[in-house]
Design a protein around this ligand. Structure first.
Ligand SMILES: [Zn+2]
Length: 712
């Protein structure tokens, strides 16, 4: 089997199956190529969003030839849904999972062994049981499909340990051709999938991430009441069904109440509600009794409502994968719909908190373990009560970790272990990956580029136009631009060339600005580079703007995925060699951008105005508010603490807790001696962190403009 299949069309038999069994008169982009490659016996990696026909792409080749297809799927709800759909189409399919009666499971397996099934769905943990592994060889599996394949990657947003054993299961089946499908895989994740499943030169298709029928918008707004008003306004602007996503249960409830007060038929949907209530809400929404559902991310799995006209995110999602998936529930019928993200820079803090809670650090896990050892048992009604100084979620996550590590036995006994029971290095990597994904989400929110193009870049979809007529950035008139001096352009290009493919925009901007960042401090040689500080006096946002322009002008290339680095494009190299001239302009009217500027001491809190395209819908002002200086200092101190905590791989609160940090921010001590007056600052901490804290406080004024940007 060679790469020939790539250009081939599906066989006549496959087209007949698509038409006769599934009622399809035409195949979607990507489907035809994937089907042809699978028919040719190739391994396939198919990345396309939910609702774009991934299942059909492996169903059709499976039915066009004889044999059994084994499908590994992580969610019972998804398995059940697929089996129902196949049976409705008259295809013999069954699932085996833990929520079935033992008798039913046995019957499904017997049917598969007798050759009475075409599809068998199983959960990944099932494959790992020795008895099942023996069965695999007898099943005569002709195709092996891995659904939600991103779960295999620790770079992904949904890593599952059981997925790591799938390569073994494929071998146990006699190594049939493997098809891996997923809705969310960045290039790093794709590489991981391919390596961990031991795919052989997989035929890879990434498609469907740009849905031009969806208008993408971001509105910056304050938290609290203003977000409620923005949601109400958006719901009023677009007729038809709307989904509103919130980060927390209480925000769901609050938003639903506010909408109902406006006379909108709205209800909340979240994990805190009983099953029957949830299904009543879902039914009412599907049947038209409710116009708006306000939900946590719990809503949407397996829900396919074609005519949702608007998806509003009241709170910032954890990553672009999550955002794209949730927003993509709009406009499934192909008619126009709107996806609105409300955002506030402080939202990042909430997500960081969630991440910290889900990936507790070594000290936290150790403290929980010690407390459980002292208590002698771990199956207590309230384990969080043992360590009242720790956050409940962090305690629960620690208990789960210790349980998986074998330190907590099923009977409730706590085992005394020697050595570290948990692989903290891996935990640290997972946490870092989650933070990197959050950075990318933040970059999307603040981006001035085409939002569709940005999403395509993230997922690595090729050949997408750099501008569109369906996002706020492309629809809104841009502020007046001013030319950037050629020397500045060349300095930026030299910087990109020097770190080719190794640095992202934030760090490179810090080098060009000659900023006193931790990264720069740790690498004294950076100061010797001729472009270090070449853009001193520029605001960070302006430097980032310049780098974005260089990407747009194809002088610089941006890598894909969670950690996009910058590299020099051939055109950029030509400029550096003096073979090509180039003029670049960046927005000059925005207070965040001062291309030729002297340091802008007079420009505090330089917030970028949010685009307000008339074509998209009317909108109120975007909530520029002066922040209390204490608050600003507090935020900057928190960033400093976060950076230090990450660098030293320790829990942030062990440096200073929030209360102490807040008091420092309020008092604004001018010296280490003054700092010692603050409650919670002892001599040891003052000598260790005093200078750094005073330094941060001194920088507050200077850094105010950079606050909305991410920390370095
Ligand atoms: Zn656009």
């Amino acid at each position: 089997m060679t790469g020939e299949e790539a250009g081939r069309a599906p066989s006549a038999a496959a087209l007949r199956v698509a038409h006769d069994v599934f009622g399809l008169s035409a195949l979607r982009p990507g489907q035809a190529e994937v089907i042809a490659a699978a028919e040719g016996g190739r391994d396939v990696l198919f990345v396309a969003p939910t609702g774009s026909g991934k299942s059909v792409a492996y169903w059709v080749p499976a039915l066009a030839s004889p044999g059994l297809t084994l499908v590994v799927s992580p969610l019972i709800a998804l398995m059940t849904d697929q089996v129902i759909r196949l049976r409705r189409a008259g295809v013999a399919a069954a699932a085996i999972h833990s929520q079935m009666e033992v008798g039913e499971q046995r019957e499904a397996l017997a049917a598969a062994l007798d050759g009475r099934l075409r599809f068998l769905y199983v959960a990944p943990e099932r494959l790992a049981t020795p008895s099942f592994e023996e069965r695999l060889a007898q099943l005569g599996v002709t195709r092996f499909v891995v659904d939600e394949a991103h779960c295999i990657s620790s770079w992904g947003n949904d890593f599952r340990q059981e997925y790591r054993r799938l390569a073994g299961a494929v071998t146990a089946c006699g190594r049939p051709p493997v098809t891996a499908v997923t809705a969310t895989a960045t290039p790093q994740v794709r590489e991981d999938i391919s390596r961990n499943l031991a795919l052989r030169k997989p035929f890879t298709v990434v498609t469907g991430f740009v849905r031009i029928g969806l208008t993408l918008e971001v509105q910056r707004c304050r938290q609290g009441a203003e977000k409620l008003r923005a949601v109400a306004r958006a719901v009023a602007e677009v007729p038809g069904r709307a989904l509103v996503y919130c980060g927390r249960i209480r925000d769901c409830e609050e938003t639903a109440v506010a909408l109902r007060a406006d006379g909108v038929a709205a209800a909340a949907y979240h994990g805190g509600l009983d099953g029957p209530v949830r299904s009543r809400v879902q039914t009412a929404f599907t049947e038209g009794g409710l116009r708006v559902v306000v939900a946590t991310s719990a809503f949407g799995m397996g829900v396919d409502i074609p005519d949702i006209r608007q998806v509003i995110h009241r709170d910032f999602p954890a990553c672009l994968e999550d955002y794209h998936q949730a927003a993509g529930r709009a406009g499934r019928d192909g008619l126009p719909a709107r996806c609105l993200l409300l955002y506030n820079p402080a939202d990042r803090g909430l997500q960081e908190l969630f991440i910290a809670q889900s990936y507790p650090e070594r000290e936290v896990v150790r403290e929980v373990y010690r407390a459980l050892l002292r208590a002698g048992r771990w199956d207590l009604p309230e384990p969080a009560g043992l360590v009242p100084n720790l956050d409940r979620r962090a305690v629960e996550a620690s208990v789960r970790l210790l349980e998986n590590a074998g330190a907590l036995l099923p009977g409730g006994e706590v085992r005394r272990l020697t050595g570290a029971p948990v692989d903290f290095e891996e935990r640290r990597r997972l946490r870092e990956a989650a933070l990197a994904r959050l950075d990318q989400m933040m970059a999307y929110a603040t981006s001035r580029e085409c939002r569709h193009a940005r999403i395509a870049d993230y997922f690595g979809e090729q050949g997408v136009a750099r501008s569109c007529s369906a996002c706020d950035n492309c629809l809104s008139p841009r502020p007046a631009e001013r030319p950037v001096p050629e020397s500045a352009v060349r300095a930026a290009l030299r910087g990109v060339a020097r770190f080719d493919g190794h640095l992202g925009g934030t760090r490179l901007a810090a080098v060009l600005r000659g900023a006193d960042s931790a990264w720069n401090r740790d690498r004294p040689w950076v100061r010797e580079l001729d472009f270090f500080g070449a853009l001193a006096g520029w605001e960070e946002a302006a430097v980032r703007e310049l780098l974005v322009k260089l990407v747009e002008r194809e002088l610089v290339l941006r890598g894909h995925g969670e950690r996009p680095t910058l590299g020099l494009a051939p055109a950029g190299r030509a400029v550096l060699r003096g073979e090509r001239e180039v003029t670049v302009s960046i927005p000059g009217s925005s207070r965040a951008s001062r291309p030729e500027g002297p340091p802008s001491s007079g420009h505090r809190a330089g917030r970028r105005p949010v685009a307000t395209p008339a074509a998209v819908g009317s909108r109120a002002a975007t909530g520029d508010q002066p922040e209390a200086p204490g608050q600003l200092r507090f935020e900057l101190l928190r960033r400093w603490r976060l950076g230090l905590a990450r660098a030293e791989a320790r829990a942030a609160f062990t440096i200073f807790d929030d209360r102490t940090l807040r008091e420092i921010a309020e008092r604004d001590p001018g010296s280490v001696a003054d700092l010692l007056q603050v409650h919670g600052v002892g001599a040891a901490k003052a000598s260790r962190y005093g200078d750094a804290v005073i330094g941060v406080l001194r920088d507050t004024g200077r850094s105010a403009d950079a606050l909305p940007a991410r920390p370095d």
